[in-house]
Design a protein around this ligand. Sequence first.
Ligand code: PLI
Length: 485
Amino acid sequence: MSTRRRSWAEPFKIKVVEPLALTTRAQREKAIENAHYNTFLLRSEEVYIDLLTDSGTSAMSDYQWAGMMLGDEAYAGSKNFYNLENNIRKYYGYPYTVPTHQGRGAEHLLAKIMIRPGDFIPGNMYFTTTRAHQELAGGTFRDVIIDEAHDPANLHPFKGNIDIGKLEALVKEVGADHIPYINVQACVNMAGGQPISLSNLKEVRKVCDSHGIKIILDATRAMENAWFIKMGEPGHKDRSCAAILKDMCDLTDGCTMSGKKDLLVNIGGFLALRDKHLYELACQQVVLYEGLHTYGGMAGRDMEAMSRGIEEAIQDDHLRARIGQVHYLGNKLIQEGIPIVQPIGGHAVYLDAKRFLPHIQQSDFPAQALTVALFLESGVRAMERGIVSAGRDPATGDHRYPNLELVRLTIPRRVYTQAHMDVVSESVAACYEEREWVGGLKMTYEPETLRFFQAHFEPIGTWASAKNRQENAALAGSSEGMQLD
Ligand code: PLI
């Protein structure tokens, strides 16, 4: 057999396209100033390649769009709900489903029905909305991820794993009665999209069983996690991602889900459970906050698109190409010598802002500054995942100082081509070459919760104008700045 390398390619062809805007540096300077140096506050038409998030930004297939036309918009008992419920039973294995408008809707319901004031909720690193809902319900989040996850250069293949010792220590400290569940996130977002292994999940199940603690999976990117288990955990190479996903869910008592990621839809989520009593409690809450338990804030057509998304997203060919594209970008950046989180995760490549901009101290928001620099350089929009996202400690009121100070280049599913990834890689490399020019930021407006979404910033000193002087005619990211070779 030939040993010639055989490439993967996207298992789809393009049927509809959306033009992208090429902008000048002067336009981007104005845009980012108007957005208070927060990429969440940019208008999307000001962005060239949008890597803010993989959430709700996927391209749907013709099969999903066809399903949209079959929306049954009855207030109660829509057939699309039953299609969704059936597919969740088939692929995830949970008998009871409560649809929600998106993932945080499910987190809200879960917190309401399971957390009492004074409870502790262990998890493999925090996620912003997840922890906010735990705290809103009077709970306290405790990080029980393995130490390796906090080190951006550590090459552990399953940095999403739970540290069993940390979990046992928490049980000893606060008592199992004060731990309603452990929140186990697949492909841990804030760690760099890092997967959890099936063997670790089995160990967690054993410990939780011995203390009577439930396990709730954050299944937002569980299919992508299944791909990493298939490729990296002994004994799974020849198994389908569908079989692995089912194994993961079998070890848990329920899940929260943002369908906007794995499931290839622009809106939607669900809470799925095994326990009938908990399901009934969730049904009582969903009518208050989302909608009737057979639509939970979603239109019938959106439930149909999500149900069909489950069938498509779990295909090995889809996951190979999806994660293949993320790794293509990550490997190009590694070749350029750019400091990124390794191993490369599932949904994004994360720049390590501490190593990228070592001259900016963490309290001057280096990762936020890097998102600004990258946008100015080329119109690529990324997201801060560092001190701004971490927020303040409710007990002390001080900034939390996470070890990971990252910029996330998040790849939407089925949206951009390899050529876009090349442009992104070149833009980041250009930014890296001139990194001394980038300065820190100060926060001028700080919302009380989830501040990263709406905070305002200003450059400290004159770093942006210094760059203006050097390059006032530069058009990187516009057609004039490109080479046609
Ligand atoms: O954005 P939602 O409400 O559909 O989902 C919340 C949510 C829960 N868990 C995890 C792991 C997430 O990544 C998540 C949302 N993530 C966003 C919006 C992101 O940009 O990563």
